[in-house]
Design a protein around this ligand. Sequence first.
Ligand code: DC
Length: 223
Amino acid sequence: MFKIAIDGPGGAGKSTIAKAVAKRLGIVYVDTGALYRTVGYFVRSKNVDPKDAEAVSALLPQISIEIKYIEGAQHVFLNGEDLGDRIRTPEMSMYASAVSAIGNVRAFLLDTQRDIAKKNSVIMDGRDIGTVILPDAEVKIFLTASEECRARRRYNELLEKGEKVTYEDVLREMNERDKNDSTRDIAPTAAAEDALLLDNSDLSFEESVDAVINIVKEKGLLA
Ligand code: DC
């Protein structure tokens, strides 16, 4: 068994690339952002300010989060309910980012993430996977791209989903969220000391997937 950690800012393509790598290698893909989004969703449903650490922490005992794989795809269940794409809106991105700065929230989600990696070979994406969640991962990649590229990809993704957004809004929200995530006190977005930096601004999706697989091969992890 082995672990691949992929961290980086929003819009670098972490999840789509990690998903494709998981499929090619026959390992489990874990999207950890979905867990923070789920906590954010619950906090929103209770009309609680996601920046209020005390109020958010007080809600945690009411939350049960489970990750299940249905036909190979990750589904997150909140108190038994599959939230599906309801956690994928720009509003939920901001809620997730706000609650993720709270230490109690991060501690609450720690075991769920580590337990999956104990039982399976995984490729896990997030912000603190190589630094905090899986510091002993055999492969650590910090995936990034230029701000323009990342915003453009995110914008196209949202358009495809039918969201009514402007490029300027997407760029502003992306930068605001990346700033929140990389300047917070606890487990900020960061490359682990032993992470490889992969900038995929000029790479196609397929080339990015190949680049990750080549890094894994070079570590001698594939037969
Ligand atoms: O990867 P994403 O956009 O779905 O993540 C949503 C938010 O969750 C992100 O803005 C910061 C937080 N997050 C985190 O703090 N640590 C992780 N490992 C993954 C996500």
